[in-house]
Design a protein around this ligand. Structure first.
Ligand SMILES: [Mn+2]
Length: 296
């Protein structure tokens, strides 16, 4: 399955708007693409609901289109609220709830009733598990996009009680950064992957760069000490390229404004290059292979 790049300059759901410049990391892959770098100042939900719903609709349609063409979309973001449109588009083509491996320093499972900040990038997982604001219904439908029993969150270490309670009630598997350290990455990854693809289920992997130790990836909006050493991630990330059950990949929350000496950008480019060779991108029509979505 060929991996196809998709980039989102979405920053309206984050805590600051630095993520709008994240698609610049794609420069080696998009020699002829125009960049869109206009952005609105992030606003709490539901002030920016119209923007968020419209952006999610575009991502939904684009992800579904790429999936229907037989490719595996790799989305480069953008704040993590991009996940709502992206994964719902992939699930629409699969026709059932997806398995999910969500690697993140946060639980991203607030609802408007529990969130103090009302930032949408703290809510995408709740929305995708069918627990979000009613306004998402027309896009998402009645069914949860992720099956809770086939979803694992890995490396979390900063969260609020309400998120933890919601996820536990739904039956999502939660592996904290402490537990990850105790059990080791290979065992945790193996179990999460087995759970995600149980019964030949289609699944996806969403990597929030803040899951990684801030030493490896300083360029994020909400860094949290501790976390995953990127060295552990490589073999697993590479392995996904050969897994036909894995229907989509996402790397979220790159904020170039906080990067140090290009460390996060270099890392992001290496992660992309594992699945999309640069030379291939230069030879082929970039417009078919990389799509950059405008923000608003
Ligand atoms: Mn996140």
């Amino acid at each position: 399955m060929k991996t196809i790049l998709l980039a989102s300059a979405l920053a309206s759901g984050g805590s600051e708007r630095g993520c709008w410049r994240a698609p610049r990391a794609l420069t080696p892959w998009k020699p002829r693409l125009r960049t869109y770098e206009r952005s609105v100042q992030p606003r709490p939900w539901p002030d920016q609901a119209a923007i968020a719903l419209s952006a999610a609709g575009s991502l939904h349609r684009r992800a579904a289109l790429l999936r229907r063409s037989g490719g595996r979309p790799l989305l480069i973001g953008g704040d993590h609220s991009e996940a709502i449109g992206f994964w719902s588009g992939i699930a629409a083509v699969c026709g059932h709830s997806l398995g999910m491996i969500w690697i993140d320093a946060h639980l991203d499972s607030h609802t408007p009733a529990s969130s103090a900040s009302q930032r949408l990038h703290g809510m995408p997982l709740a929305v995708l598990l069918g627990q979000g604001d009613q306004r998402w219904r027309p896009l998402l439908g009645e069914r949860a996009i992720f099956s809770p029993a086939h979803t694992t969150i890995i490396a979390y270490r900063s969260y609020e009680e309400a998120e933890y309670t919601l996820l536990t009630r739904l039956g999502v598997t939660l592996i904290s950064a402490d537990e990850l350290r105790r059990r080791g990455w290979p065992a945790v990854w193996r179990a999460a992957r087995r759970r995600a693809r149980q019964g030949d289920r289609a699944y996806g992997v969403s990597l929030d760069l803040d899951a990684l130790s801030p030493h490896c990836a300083p360029g994020v909006s909400v860094p949290v000490p501790g976390g995953l050493d990127v060295a552990h991630l490589w073999p697993s990330w590479r392995q996904l390229g050969h897994d036909r059950h894995c229907k989509g990949l996402e790397i979220a929350e790159f904020n170039p404004a906080h990067d140090r000496r290009g460390r996060t950008q270099t890392l992001l480019r290496r992660l992309i290059a594992e699945h999309v060779p640069r030379r291939r991108m230069h030879r082929e029509d970039a417009h078919e292979r990389a799509c950059l979505l405008p923000t608003f």
